[in-house]
Ligand binder design. Structure first.
Ligand code: ADA
Length: 562
């Protein structure tokens, strides 16, 4: 399963995932044993490669002819793609899609090989040994498409709420695969209503974007957590004779903006009650199947959450589709966690971050559930060098999507020098876990510094991580740290302090479920897991489940109007 809806009616597509592929490792000692494995999947879940770090080859055959496009929704974490033994694409980063376009392939059977590499090293600035696992494998879907002389790469729809109702604007990117010029047209429908028809003229081999006017959409109903109304978006590319390609996506009409210290969703003062959620599972690695994704969302909603923060990387589109359909707000962020200035000075860092941001926003622009773009979780935002990196990445996001607020989760207390860039100020804090300070006192101290000693004064303020650890099943009346009882006590104080703090727009609990961390983190991570989940890695609820449920359900999605 690639998306929760069909993305083409005209373009011929074949899912190559949801199948068994051949697999073998490419270790120092040569090629490992061949076996059949499921794609999507992670090799850490296969019996012989549970702790393998290196390269491995996935392969299978496919039938095709003419111009083809192979789309990979995620390969962890570095990919090299060969078709019939010829290099067709390469990509870094497990969490964003990429493709291989091959022109004029001969009709018949072809061989696809994907070499995935999950090793750490100087070429990898973002996948580093960390407090989450970098898995190995083809961890998301793979699709084969047959194209004609030109095709639609993407369509972005931007909704606008005007005084007289909803308007929409579309930007469509088209690529001409032919060496000859292309003369045709684009027809766009939204919700089944005719939206725009515009000429599409491209030079040979040109890729070009076409933008519609702002078009009134009087039929549009608001997308909101309470009523997540979605509309199909269809773009059809035609020559003078016939339709040759199409692309179907979805949109939701919702307005997100900041005003003073508020995040406004459709003009209402939003309260975030969220979870930080890694894509992680003991049976699937980071390749959670559709059912497991939905099960996580059902648990989060049962606890009264209204938002998920995709820590610390862009998520599978399938998960975002589920959030769109169920009104779950999403903070999506580029791939980075806790990188020091030294890490950020890796010569690959800037380009790898920029690629991740471009691919994330290009692929996920239309999801109404995404209300904010995040960058660089707990990186060096207290250094001049770091500030330059933050500035350029915030600028890139604004260029790609000026319609959503931006933020970054900081842990630089009273030393952050990057709070002037984002629309929303966000902090990760752990009073009652890493230090035994009163939550209210610590929050007040930090909040007042932001308002009086930083460039973040007067902006919306979010707590994007707060929580405590508990080992599932460890119960003791001593209520010591790592017990489920201690986690309950800490969360009660944390949730009460943050959700009642004037000027705070809400919080994300760290974290939804226990997750695997890299072996080198064993010292501070019992079981070599991050055990701050409200459910354990098998989604078994800890005592704190009911604590969160009682608290989150006692607060609405919005603050009282001023
Ligand atoms: C940081 C970090 C998280 C996690 C958390 C923890 O805030 O952003 O990824 O490591 O600390 O568990 O301590």
């Amino acid at each position: 399963m690639i998306r929760t809806f069909d993305t083409h009616k005209i373009r011929k597509t074949t899912e190559l995932s949801s199948a068994l592929w051949n697999f073998h490792t490419l270790g120092e000692e040569g090629e490992g044993r061949d076996c059949l494995v499921p794609v999507p999947g992670c090799w850490e879940t296969y019996p012989d490669t549970v702790s393998y770090r290196g390269k491995a080859v996935y392969s299978r055959e496919f039938e095709a002819k003419g111009n083809i496009r192979l789309e990979f929704k995620g390969v962890s974490h570095t990919a090299s793609v060969l078709v019939d033994g010829e290099q067709a694409a390469s990509h870094y980063n497990a969490y964003t899609p990429f493709d291989a376009v091959i022109k004029g392939i001969r009709p018949g059977t072809h061989r696809l090989e994907v070499i995935a590499d999950n090793s750490f090293g100087p070429d990898s600035a973002l996948h580093v040994p960390n407090d989450y696992q970098s898995y190995g494998g083809i961890s998301r879907g793979v699709v084969l498409e047959e194209l004609e002389e030109a095709y639609i790469c993407w369509i972005h729809v931007t909704p606008f709420l005007r005084k007289d109702g909803w308007y929409g604007k579309a930007e469509i990117c088209v690529r001409n695969l032919s060496g000859d010029g292309f003369e045709g047209s684009l027809a766009v429908e939204i919700g089944g209503y005719p939206f725009a028809v515009l000429p599409a003229v491209l030079a040979g081999e040109e890729t070009r974007c076409f933008t519609t006017e702002e078009v009134p959409c009087p039929w549009a109903e608001c997308w909101s957590p309470e009523a997540p109304v979605l509309y199909s978006v269809s773009a059809v590319l035609s020559t003078k004779q016939r339709a040759i390609d199409d692309l179907i996506d979805r949109t939701g009409f919702r307005e997100i903006r900041t005003e003073g210290k508020d995040i406004l969703l459709n003009g209402r003062r939003l309260r975030i009650k969220g979870f930080c959620r890694h894509e992680d599972h003991p049976q699937f690695g980071c390749a959670l199947p559709f059912t497991a994704m939905q099960y996580d969302l059902m648990l989060a909603k049962d606890m009264g959450a209204n938002s998920i923060r995709t820590v610390h990387y862009p998520n599978d589109e399938l998960f975002l589709d589920l959030c769109d359909e169920q009104g779950i707000l999403v903070w999506e962020e580029n791939h980075a966690r806790g990188l020091s200035e030294e890490n950020m000075r890796n010569p690959h860092f800037e380009q790898q971050c920029e690629d991740c941001i471009r691919e994330m926003i290009t692929a996920h622009y239309n999801h109404p559930s995404i209300y904010i773009w995040g960058i660089l979780n707990e990186c060096a935002s207290d250094t001049e060098y770091g500030r330059d990196c933050y500035a350029s990445q915030y600028a890139l996001i604004a260029a790609l999507d000026p319609f959503r607020p931006r933020s970054s989760s900081s842990c630089r207390f009273k030393t952050d020098i990057c709070l002037g860039f984002p629309e929303v100020v966000s902090y990760n804090i752990y009073p009652k876990w890493y230090h035994d300070t009163s939550v209210a006192d610590y929050l007040e101290d930090l909040y007042q510094w932001v308002q009086s000693g930083s460039e973040g004064a007067g902006k919306p303020f979010l707590i994007t991580e707060i929580g405590a650890g508990a080992i599932y099943g460890y119960r003791t009346p001593a209520c010591v740290k790592w017990s489920e009882e201690y986690q309950v006590r800490a969360l009660k104080e944390q949730l009460q302090a943050v959700l009642t703090r004037e000027g705070c727009s809400g919080l994300y609990i760290w974290q939804f479920c226990d997750v695997r961390v890299c072996d080198s983190w064993f010292g501070s991570r019992p079981r070599t897991m991050n055990n701050k989940g409200i459910v354990d890695e098998y989604r078994r609820p800890k005592l704190a489940y009911e604590t969160v449920k009682e608290s989150y359900r006692s607060f609405g999605n919005y603050f009282q109007e001023k």
